[in-house]
Design a binder for this molecule. Structure first.
Ligand SMILES: Cc1cc2nc3c(=O)[nH]c(=O)nc-3n(C[C@H](O)[C@H](O)[C@H](O)COP(=O)(O)OP(=O)(O)OC[C@H]3O[C@@H](n4cnc5c(N)ncnc54)[C@H](O)[C@@H]3O)c2cc1C
Length: 394
């Protein structure tokens, strides 16, 4: 059999791409060298937000994806814990509040449900917040999902449409024809004949790219979370500090009044509760290659920042921590694209801290691209060729 498409990588992106292709009637193979969701998609947080997105395309994709999540939650028989919990960004200083206000106004003007709440309203929503905070941004439509269940949901629903899954399968080569068209993926389970390959290998997408001679500029950007013991409810929504924006986008330039430890680890407070009554406390961003060991000082910095916003955390024990890597691209946009140099080769990777959020819309857009249809919106900025064009003009 010759598959229409072979998807490499069974994380939040690859499983969604595979499912959406099956929906369009393509025959699809999904390969992973590990199990489903064994990469970044099981070492992360659980939220899909528009409130952490840059205005414009970034927010547009986030919003479309969150809406699509809702449709999927209603139509799938596999429960991936869709929860419309909303997100509250909190501000410590007048300067932050002013920046938050102009950001929220801009997003509201574009039609998104986002507004500034004052300190009193904020404390009614989250009574355990520190009492010196000045206000924040409230985005009621932001959601949470269970990230690895999202992957399993796409796989199980895809199987109903004929999806063939190859877990624990190692790729040795992507075979191209004389005119460089994709022909087959050679694996330790035999050759998988295919007309197209989609590289959805997240932080490992550069390795898969090398198999067809491509240089894909995605880097691992580490993150870490603390998990608390089971505890009484102290948090009701996703709550983050506005300084999070600063840790995500290097271009945002205001300094917080934080300890050198918090500064050094680029820690920005975010917190959420889990269905099991634990608290998830994050997070930090750093470049440590593929090293996902927990770092003691980073844990201390995360705890310090958490206690600053929720002082009652001081009395709650941390039971474990975990780290993962985000597939980082310098311009903070993923690659969702065909590759002109290798006909039949596509890339859907580089979603950094938004891969769970953007999973449904990425799958939908990639299926439209492969089918030769007009995509739901203009995604020319996500083309792979932007990197080669930038190199040429440099
Ligand atoms: C601490 C932390 C918190 C985060 N919080 C959030 C959040 O709240 N919301 C959000 O939207 N995002 C969040 N993210 C980001 C999110 O985890 C990623 O963007 C997302 O998981 C990327 O999904 P992916 O499918 O591209 O990659 P992955 O999930 O890593 O999947 C890639 C797959 O490819 C496979 N693979 C690699 N190489 C090969 C090969 N040669 N052959 C076969 N298979 C291969 C891997 O085994 C893996 O299963 C967070 C990340 C971290 C680290």
């Amino acid at each position: 059999m010759i598959y229409d498409v072979t998807v490499i990588g069974a994380g939040a992106i690859g499983t969604s791409v595979a499912y959406h292709l099956c929906k369009k009637g393509f025959s699809v193979a999904l390969i992973d060298r590990g199990d489903i969701a064994s990469g970044s998609s099981s070492h992360c947080d659980a939220v899909a937000l528009i409130s952490d997105k840059a205005p414009g395309l970034d927010t547009k994709m986030g919003d479309a994806s969150i809406r699509h999540y809702r449709e999927l939650a209603e139509s799938f028989s596999y429960d991936f814990e869709y929860d419309r919990k909303g997100c509250l960004y909190v501000c410590e200083t007048e300067e932050e509040l002013a920046a938050a206000s102009s950001y929220a106004k801009r997003q509201a003007a574009d039609g998104y449900d986002m507004k500034i709440v004052d300190a009193k309203t904020m404390r009614e929503m989250e009574p355990y917040l520190a009492d010196d905070l000045l206000g924040g941004i409230w985005t009621p439509g932001d959601i949470a999902v269970c990230p690895y269940k999202v992957c399993f949901a796409f796989v199980e629903e895809g199987k109903k449409l004929g999806l063939k899954v190859y877990p624990y399968t190692h790729i040795s080569r992507i075979r191209l024809s004389a005119n460089r068209m994709v022909e087959a993926v050679e694996t330790d389970a035999g050759d998988i004949l295919t007309k197209r390959v989609i590289n959805c290998a997240g932080v490992w997408a550069p390795d898969v790219g090398k198999l067809v001679g491509l240089d894909i500029p995605i880097q691992p950007r580490k993150g870490m979370n603390l998990i608390s013991e089971q505890t009484k409810r102290i948090v009701w929504h996703k709550v983050m500090e506005f300084g999070y924006m600063m840790s995500k986008f290097e271009s945002i330039n205001f300094r917080r009044n934080v300890s050198s430890l918090v500064e050094e680890y680029n820690v920005a407070f975010n917190i959420e509760y889990t269905k099991a009554d634990n608290i998830l406390l994050g997070g930090y961003r750093g470049f440590r290659g593929f090293d996902v060991r927990s770092e003691l000082e980073a844990m201390q910095a995360i705890a310090e920042r958490g206690i600053r916003f929720y002082p009652c955390l001081k009395g709650i024990n941390c039971i474990r921590s975990y780290a993962g890597v985000r597939p980082y691209v310098k311009d903070h946009l993923p690659v969702v694209s065909a590759v002109d140099e290798v006909p039949g080769f596509y890339i859907a990777a580089g979603h950094e801290g938004d891969g769970i959020c953007l999973s449904p819309i990425t799958g939908k857009l990639m299926a439209q691209l492969v089918a030769g249809e007009t995509t739901d919106f203009d995604i020319r900025r996500l083309r792979f060729s932007r990197f080669t064009e930038a190199q040429r003009t440099a």
